[in-house]
Design a protein around this ligand. Structure first.
Ligand SMILES: [Zn+2]
Length: 386
């Protein structure tokens, strides 16, 4: 399929000086003159003149006005042409395939969703193709597409462009080429959903690179945590760091489908809790709804979930000592009261003192953190200093 225009090759984007110029322009809040770019990058004036000429010709950079200098001479103000460069983001989970077109600042220009009826890779590839076709039909609204980011729950090897294992989707060793139609040398970056969501939060909330952050995402069935330590995602030696679904939280507790008992997910997976709640409840409200309405049984379920979440969070604090913990996923619907319940419980049993308790909040980007994080990864790659 043909997109409106793509760069001939990502190699084209990887020239050191060019990426330096792009990064400086991207990081600067306002348009810059060539002279300012020279000072900021430390590159020579002729080099900047040449690169800016190239970037203007390729419509990556545009002139947005002039500034008058002392001698009465004008200098053009330059900035990245944010409206002319787009990124596609996809999120795949057990319920839907979500696709967005974002500009280079991450603002969503278009959004599409396809429900998932069949989780097999061929069926998901079909939904992705439907969304790509819809994007293509809106060609007038899309610009240069520089790449695609894909967020998915499971164990992901980004460098191999592979989903190694996804319990939620029932996938083993699925390559991005199994999911996307041939797109030439379009950059496609795949990332685990919790990692992508964490990067999305860091990017949008402007969290400092050196802050240690843990992101916990609880979707219908799966639970994942993502760890950002010293500005780097912690993946683990075999890529399973943060797979906390089966973290033991109760000796001889509820039996888990993994064969063990007392696993974290048996106490917080809403898919499971909804079933258990429906069996015992006399009403017909769903768990979170009933909890908010003050239903006693629902309160018991939710308090137990909060306690188990606090147990896992305390362990994470002892191990990682993060400055910030972000909770994403379906429990957000339970509101601030639930978050406070978890936090109180963490504080009550944490033995090293309150000053070690991290900042604690729900995801600001819910439910789009994953897809925006995937978009952010592509933008980061585009601007990467090579
Ligand atoms: Zn288990």
């Amino acid at each position: 399929m043909q997109f409106p225009r793509t760069f001939n090759s990502m190699k084209e984007m990887q020239e050191t000086n060019r990426t330096t110029v792009l990064r400086v322009l991207f990081a600067h809040d306002s348009p810059m003159t060539r002279g300012e770019i020279v000072r900021k990058t430390g590159l020579s004036a002729p080099t900047i003149t040449r690169i800016v000429k190239e970037l203007l010709k390729e419509k990556i950079v545009i002139e947005v006005g002039k500034v008058e200098l002392m001698q009465g001479r004008n200098r053009e103000l330059l900035q990245i042409d944010y409206d002319h460069i787009d990124v596609l983001g996809f999120e795949v989970n057990e319920s839907f395939v979500h696709g967005v077109v974002c500009d280079l600042k991450g603002a969503v220009k278009m959004s599409f969703s396809e429900p998932v009826q069949d989780k097999r890779p061929q069926a998901i590839a079909e939904s992705i193709k439907v969304i790509l076709d819809q994007i293509r039909q809106n060609e007038a609204k899309t610009a240069n597409i520089i790449g695609i980011g894909l967020s998915i729950s499971g164990i992901v090897a980004p460098t191999e462009q592979k989903v190694i294992h996804s319990g939620t989707m029932g996938w083993e060793n699925i390559h991005v080429n199994d999911l996307f139609p041939p797109l030439g040398d379009m950059m496609i970056i795949v990332e685990n959903d919790a990692n992508a969501a964490l990067l999305g939060e860091v990017w949008v909330a402007n969290i400092q690179d050196d802050e240690d952050v843990v992101y916990i995402v609880i979707s219908e069935g799966a639970i994942g945590a993502s760890l950002l330590v010293d500005g780097q995602l912690v993946r683990g030696s075999t890529m399973v760091a943060g797979e906390i679904s089966h973290f033991p939280v109760e000796p001889n507790g509820k039996s888990c489908m993994c064969g063990n008992s007392g696993c974290f997910e048996t106490y917080v997976s809403l898919e499971r809790l909804e079933k258990e709640f429906a069996e015992l409840s006399t009403g017909n409200m769903k768990l979170i709804e009933a909890y908010k309405a003050g239903d006693e049984l629902a309160q018991q379920f939710v308090i137990q979930a909060a306690h188990k979440m606090a147990t896992v969070i305390r362990s994470i604090i002892y191990l990682v000592n993060p400055g910030r913990i972000i909770i994403g996923g379906l429990w957000i619907e339970a509101g601030e009261e639930f978050l406070n319940l978890v936090l109180q419980q963490v504080k009550k049993h944490f033995s090293l003192g309150e000053r070690h308790i991290p900042q604690f909040a729900y995801s600001k980007l819910h439910p789009h953190a994953g897809v925006l994080g995937a978009v952010g990864l592509v933008i980061d790659e585009f601007l990467k200093y090579q």
